[in-house]
Design a protein around this ligand. Sequence first.
Ligand code: UDP
Length: 335
Amino acid sequence: MIDAIISQDLETIKNAVTSDALAEKKVLVTGGAGFIGSWLCDVLIGFGNEVTVIDDLSTGRIKNIDHLTENSKFKLIKSDVCRFKTADKFEIILHMAGHASPDEYQQHPIETLRTSAKGTENMAEIARKNDALLLFASTSEVYGDAEVVPTPESYWGKVNPIGPRSCYDEGKRFAEALLMAYGKQYGLNVRAPRIFNSYGPRLREDGLYGRAMSRFILQAQTNQPITIYGDGKQTRSFCYITDTVTGLLLLTKSKEAKCEVVNIGNSQEKTILELANKIKELTKSKSPVTFCALPKDDPKRRCPNTDKLEKLVGWKPNVTFEDGLKRTIKWFAQK
Ligand code: UDP
């Protein structure tokens, strides 16, 4: 079952993307049971595509795609993205599989690196055999602790190659380099959106998987202490899921995006303290705010320059910080 908030949001995405060039295709979505992957599956099935999901359910959740499993155009294969083999034909591969939560991926650094490295190589080979388009979910983390903010794609990044976040950052950087090499050497039709802190319904809130946004909402709604790491002056720029998925699908459709890396995010930069206080206000919570140790190498500022995406596909974010938060809070409250 899809609830009213997600249904409305899916309509918003479908109206913004439109199905031309994205209908009746055979699409492979890795990480399709995850947060962003499951939204992509909903839109693609809505457009009449045949969708195959590969997910080992290590971080994704079956409940995100439960409602699709009865659909004859939808197939779930429980498999590790590094080992998946297939004789099926695909025209589009959306490679979304990965560990995204810092607390979780730092507990599984080798798996995190493998998914980005071997998983991406495996997908590139499948794409090559099928002459398919391959879109890879890259990240703002390729910029590390950026010194240029708002950050354009031309900035090379400031990443600690052996720090606690390197399994994620360097894994994604390797995957980008690999894709560009496949593009150059084999002419593969690749593209790598760099996603900045996407949020909305289905973002995991539990345990190590929780992100600041979803954790704070849960903590506020249950009047538990809101756990800010450090002094809360570090910034992030939060992009509502409808804007993220619209950007991803417009980039999938764009011929000009071939072999490009492109930022997707909302440039409304907020401190983590502002995020906590806004969530407290909107939930009318009595939660105290507590300050915990700041994890090593936590980026101080993160905000995208999205001129390239706007120029390529005419995309601009439509959902403000306050509106996106209200929708997300409402969704978590009724869950
Ligand atoms: N953070 C926090 N409390 C938490 C979880 C995260 O203050 O319980 C901070 C984290 O240190 C980072 C920011 O919030 O500075 C955003 O965290 P998120 O989980 O979204 O991951 P990131 O953006 O760092 O990848």
